[in-house]
Design a protein around this ligand. Structure first.
Ligand SMILES: NC(=O)c1ccc[n+]([C@@H]2O[C@H](COP(=O)([O-])OP(=O)(O)OC[C@H]3O[C@@H](n4cnc5c(N)ncnc54)[C@H](O)[C@@H]3O)[C@@H](O)[C@H]2O)c1
Length: 271
């Protein structure tokens, strides 16, 4: 039996670790070759550990262990030229592009009056412009192929306020509008565009002093602390659960789903 994504090529940002790595391994296990990019170095201002080139190399190893090809590069989603160059490599070396997962992002918890222009700007530059860059660099290749599927990684903070993160919430809400805008114009080319909205996820984004930074911000207004409560008694998903959702969304089984915003958050958006 052929695999669901046999012959497909997927382009994934933020691929060095966490959800991006899980998407790469899952899509490869279903038959896709992978191109990916990650800063794989110091992230601006975050309280959690930054990824390394070794993390990126480990993702490469895991994709190849699935028997698929991988072109992974160190680079920045703020650099449109680098994203275009990788897209061109996908076409030249792997024959084209069918799937895009715009996953790279940062998250810095701070109370509203402790946020700096740098924090706000970095969130817009990476979480919004970086995602726009990703689609702009890849959509022509999907159109050239006769269609494809794009997934923008937002957050429950893209549907509901995540307290102590005005900048992050702003950036993730922007992706809802971006999903709809691209879906409207790319639909005639058989390109589908959807966003996904994870609640908590067990990734290195929660490492280092992330919990301390969240707790310190929460102390400024404890009445908001319960806003991220899930209905099911589990506080975070595993990255592989998000990867299962993405694998479905980019497959032909979801061929009539576009411009949709799908949560995987234990219900916390409605708490
Ligand atoms: N972990 C969570 O609880 C959670 C919840 C909801 C949404 N998200 C979102 O999911 C996505 C993946 O996050 P994760 O949990 O895997 O975190 P992570 O920090 O483990 O992984 C994010 C990856 O993106 C990369 N990245 C960051 N800025 C980049 C840039 N400018 N250029 C290239 N690569 C860059 C990082 O190097 C890192 O490898 C992010 O968009 C995040 O906002 C995470």
């Amino acid at each position: 039996m052929s695999a669901r994504l046999d012959g497909k090529v997927a382009y994934i940002t933020g691929v060095a670790r966490g959800q991006g790595r899980a998407h790469a391994v899952r899509l490869a296990s279903e038959g896709a070759d992978i191109v990916g990019i990650d800063l794989a170095g110091p992230l601006p201002g975050v309280p959690y550990d930054s990824p390394t080139p070794e993390d990126l190399a480990e993702t490469q190893r895991l994709i190849e262990a699935e028997g698929r090809r991988a072109i992974l590069v160190q680079g920045d989603v703020r650099d449109l030229a680098a994203l275009k160059e990788l897209s061109a490599r996908a076409t030249a070396e792997l024959g084209g592009l069918d799937i895009v997962v715009a996953n790279a992002g940062i998250c810095i918890p701070t109370a509203w009056d402790a946020a700096t222009p740098e924090i706000f700007g970095d969130h817009l530059d990476i979480n919004v412009t970086g995602v726009w860059n990703t689609v702009m660099a890849t959509a022509p290749a999907l159109i050239e192929r006769g269609g494809g599927s794009i997934v923008l990684v937002s957050s429950y903070a893209g549907k509901k306020v995540q307290p102590f993160m005005v900048h992050y919430t702003t950036s993730k809400h922007a992706l809802v509008g971006m999903t709809r805008g691209f879906a409207a114009e790319l639909g005639r080319h058989h390109v589908r565009v959807n966003s996904i909205h994870p609640g908590g996820v067990n990734t290195p984004m929660g490492s280092g002093n992330m919990q301390g930074a969240l707790a310190a911000a929460a102390e400024t207004n404890p009445s908001l602390m319960g806003m991220g409560t899930p209905f099911v008694p589990k506080w975070a998903a595993e990255p592989e659960e998000l990867a299962g959702l993405v694998a479905y969304l980019v497959s032909d089984e979801a061929s009539y789903i576009t411009s949709e915003h799908i949560s995987l958050d234990g219900g916390m958006q409605y708490f």
